[in-house]
Design a protein around this ligand. Structure first.
Ligand code: CTP
Length: 432
């Protein structure tokens, strides 16, 4: 392990916005004045070398991180926020630009997956506690050495070869979220996961422990993976590395799930091109797909274990509950538009897209009709019109409006007058 003498100041100046380079130079000068060393670390270093845009500035200092953050904020007329007992803080600049500051530290874990206990240390130790070699490079910021690439673990070589490699054997036990991060980076950059690292992941899937805090962080990682460009491929990779059992022991990448994933890709690409303004959460859709083989009760338990919001849990459940029956109804010969509407109206968009991915070609067309037209159908008569006709708001009121909408969907009411006449006819029937 040697320190690379390479200097990438030129790359920084070429690829980063001027404002960021100036802030980094200022950080180096502030550190120098305090007799500290400051380094740019983490994802930005990796992406800078890859030529990928990233503006998440993480600075680690050998010294007192918080005192440094305060001086840096003064120098750049910014503010310090979010100070933690781990020696981290955020410097926010005018215009909302943020710099994350940390104190170089060595974390040791009293038990696997526990909150780290922090000790101040050198940049080398700080980098050694990180997840992968490609994320464990630093760039020195002090004047005179500005731009010097610090690469103790051959991260640059792995970047060039396209390899995700853990830094040490205990990495995944220290932090089980890394089991998913490996897949995320490998997917994002189309990198291979090093064979030894794959073995460590598989071992960790049997040994790693999840306390409540870790579960939430695992959920956050899952959300990120399933929000990257090709979630289906990521899921296949997770399956190869035995990671799916972390989500639920009964999730298997079997024929049914493979087919669903393939169909989802088609359905989502159709949906995105047809409705570019609507943004259903892809992660929730793929998370629902993963739970396809579970019972409703198991799916609910999985959602609760990952502390999904109530709303998200409902979306998952609605993409499962009674779906076979709905698909049967929708598959019947020549359904009326209102029949299609009534089967689908209660489904949130994400659930609807999962249902669509499970549907036959003909049913998909019917769902597509719902998405393109039926769900947007609105009456011209309003609640006020009904009040003028002497009706008081209440369940009957809503029932009547719905009945009118159904008649409209099926094409028998064209104008507002048609609607009003229909309403009046029904009122007199109700009164009879
Ligand atoms: N890190 C780690 N283990 C984790 C999470 C983060 O070692 N479980 C380290 C890595 O060095 C990473 C840095 O903290 O580069 C910043 O973490 P994060 O912002 O999550 O990742 P990025 O690498 O910046 O990736 P992204 O581009 O997805 O933000």
């Amino acid at each position: 392990m040697k320190t690379s003498p390479k200097n990438i100041k030129g790359v920084m100046e070429d690829r980063l916005p001027k404002k960021v380079v100036q802030a980094l130079k200022a950080a180096g000068e502030v550190a120098e004045g305090m007799n500290y060393s400051a380094y740019l670390v983490g994802g930005l270093v990796r992406d800078l070398l890859l030529g990928v845009e990233n503006l998440d500035v993480d600075i680690t200092v050998e010294g007192e991180g918080i005192a440094f953050a305060e001086k840096l904020a003064q120098r750049l007329s910014g503010r310090v926020k979010g100070i933690t007992r781990f020696g981290t803080a955020i410097v926010t600049l005018r215009g909302g630009f943020k710099i994350d500051v940390a104190t170089a530290r060595r974390e040791y874990y009293e038990r696997p997956a526990a909150l780290p206990t922090v000790q101040k240390s050198s940049i080398r130790e700080d980098q050694f506690r990180r997840d992968f070699t490609i994320n464990a490079m630093a760039i020195k910021l002090n004047p005179g050495e500005f731009g010097k690439l610090i690469d103790f673990f051959a991260g640059e070589r792995d970047l060039k070869r396209g390899v995700v490699r853990a830094l040490h054997k205990k990495s995944f036990l220290d932090d089980p979220t890394r089991i998913f991060r490996a897949v995320r980076f490998s997917e994002r950059y189309q990198f291979k996961i090093d064979e030894g690292t794959k073995d460590l992941i598989k071992q960790a899937t049997n040994l790693a422990m999840f306390d409540e805090l870790t579960i939430e962080r695992v959920r956050d990682e899952l959300v990120l993976i399933l929000s990257e460009e090709n979630p289906a491929r990521a899921i296949k990779k997770m399956a190869e590395l035995h990671e799916l059992k972390f989500i639920h022991p009964r999730i298997k990448l079997n024929k049914q799930l493979r087919k669903l994933l393939g169909n989802l890709e088609e359905v989502l690409s159709w949906f995105r091109s047809s409705f570019p303004k609507e943004k259903p959460s892809p992660w929730l859709i793929y998370f629902s797909a993963l739970l396809r083989g579970l019972t409703l009760k198991e799916a609910r338990a999985a959602c609760q274990r990952f502390h999904l919001s109530r709303k998200d849990e409902e979306k998952v459940i609605k993409g499962k509950e009674g779906v076979s029956r709905k698909l049967r109804e929708l598959g019947k010969e020549k359904p009326r538009p209102s029949q299609i509407y009534l089967q689908l109206e209660s489904l949130p968009l994400e659930s609807l897209l999962v249902v669509m991915a499970r549907a036959s070609r003909i049913v998909r067309e019917r769902i597509s009709l719902y998405l393109r037209e039926l769900r947007r159908a609105r009456l011209k008569v309003t609640g006020d019109d009904l009040k003028e006709l002497g009706l008081r708001p209440g369940p009957k009121f809503a029932e009547l409006l719905k009945k009118t909408l159904i008649a409209k969907l099926d094409g028998s009411l064209k104008t507002k007058e048609d609607e009003l006449n229909y309403v009046k006819m029904n009122i007199s029937r109700m009164r009879r």
